[in-house]
Design a protein around this ligand. Sequence first.
Ligand SMILES: C[S@@+](CC[C@H](N)C(=O)[O-])C[C@H]1O[C@@H](n2cnc3c(N)ncnc32)[C@H](O)[C@@H]1O
Length: 210
Amino acid sequence: MGKPTPDLSKFDDRLAAVYSRTGDKEAHYDQWASSYEADLVEDLGYVAHIDASDIFAQVVTDRSARILDVACGTGLAGAALRSRGYENIHGVDFSMEMLKIAARTEVYQSLWQQDFTEPVDRSPAYDALICVGLFSYATPKISDMHNVIGCVVPGGTCIITVNGAAWEELGLETEVRAEAGRHGFSVSEIRQAGYIGSEGIDSRVLVIRR
Ligand SMILES: C[S@@+](CC[C@H](N)C(=O)[O-])C[C@H]1O[C@@H](n2cnc3c(N)ncnc32)[C@H](O)[C@@H]1O
């Protein structure tokens, strides 16, 4: 049986465009970059980066860890980690316009471009990663999650959010557990946290060990 088709009309138009399975997502994020923080944080009450960073700080206690901020966007999660005492932070995203704004924060030691629907052609080089806002209704899919997790060294820790509305509607826990079995990572915890306040969307924050 196929997955249910989600009704995206219940969400703000700016979110529905991102959650839709059609359209050029990279071009969309490039266009959104300059107004992203005003739209999402100030207008819609986005807190995913704050809650995920708090969980990251509870789980990854070594402040000198080499950290990758996956789908760093404009740098919200990186800045939240910096304010929690981490200094060795690197960022990656597929949108060059997002990366340009992230560079201005001066939070990142390096920034690189990657589409996580594709395999990553680099050796794992990070002790831990945070990935906020990447997994939702559209792409990347849960079946692409191993491309993200493969960026940490064996034994490394991943803190990955999944949009809570998509998690429930699409039954994503079953998929995450199947992927863990397929790719040899373990899901140590699944916590519930904040995501987008004004839309009543929460998040699941996955604590994953590679
Ligand atoms: C909702 S934003 C989250 C950004 C940031 N982590 C935050 O919390 O504000 C999603 C980010 O994922 C990036 N993204 C979406 N699909 C991607 C993909 N397939 N590969 C890499 N980055 C992607 C977008 O460019 C955007 O910066």
